[in-house]
Write a protein of this length. Structure first.
Length: 240
């Protein structure tokens, strides 16, 4: 990865748990965008996001580290159950660690493709051209491994439950993919099953469970993607 000088971002106060504290409202007065500008922004965003594709063939060219950090910061603004923000993003740049992750992931994938997935799941994957070889783990210059925090531990060692963890982390990952794409980078969601090895390889604590591995980089010069068609708006939208 490469690093470049970026415009400094104001550092907010450090977050600490507010479990059990009273409601303390503060004013919120965002600027209201004129309707014509709102329409223009929405149309541009729709066009840009329609260009997003999952990439499995990456260039090894470095990417600006701050772009990835800023994308993760965007993801961390996602809404979460009780505002408990139950996520950890591990940015893996070390080639040896990425090699170990690939090796473990391919071991699990070979078992899956050799029968653990079942024919119905394999049939669903066939149009995507996937297999047990996960070169993107080591070709891409970085991996973002997302963990969900099943609970948090207070200073006295007491465990406190997080709420809507799957939903919260899923939204954050969606925002991460959006931020990476709008910043000019490619990514994919990889979910080797089981994923316990990720916590072991990356030395994460007991309360964290791996959610996804996201290779990040530029598409390779010879990159190809499946010839797929997204559902149209009328197929996914119901207006009442």
């Amino acid at each position: 990865m490469s690093d470049t000088t970026a415009t400094p971002v104001p550092v907010p106060p450090r977050w600490t748990p507010v479990h059990g504290e009273p409601y303390r409202p503060v004013p919120h007065r965002p600027e209201r965008i004129a309707a014509d500008e709102s329409l223009a922004r929405a149309a541009r965003l729709r066009r840009r996001m329609d260009e997003r594709r999952t990439v499995r063939r990456f260039s090894s060219d470095p990417v600006p580290e701050q772009v990835v950090r800023d994308a993760i910061a965007c993801a961390a603004t996602a809404p979460s159950g009780a505002h408990q923000q139950p996520w950890t993003f591990v940015l893996v740049k070390d080639p040896e660690v990425r090699r170990r992750i690939r090796e473990a992931a391919e071991h699990e994938e070979r078992i899956s493709y050799d029968g653990r997935l079942g024919e119905e799941w394999l049939a669903a994957l066939r149009p995507l051209g996937t297999d047990a070889v996960k070169a993107h783990m080591t070709d891409a210059p970085a991996l973002v491994v997302v963990f969900q925090q099943r609970y948090w531990v207070g200073e006295d060692g007491t465990k406190h439950k997080h709420y809507y963890v799957d939903e919260s982390v899923g939204i954050a990952v969606g925002m991460l993919l959006t931020a990476l794409h709008l910043s000019g980078l490619a990514a994919l969601i990889h979910t080797p099953s089981p994923m316990r090895f990720l916590r072991e390889v990356l030395g994460r604590p007991e309360n964290e469970k791996a959610f996804a591995v996201i290779p990040v980089g530029y598409p390779a010069d010879d990159c190809e993607v499946p010839d797929l068609v997204r559902k149209s708006l009328d197929q996914v939208l119901v207006e009442i």
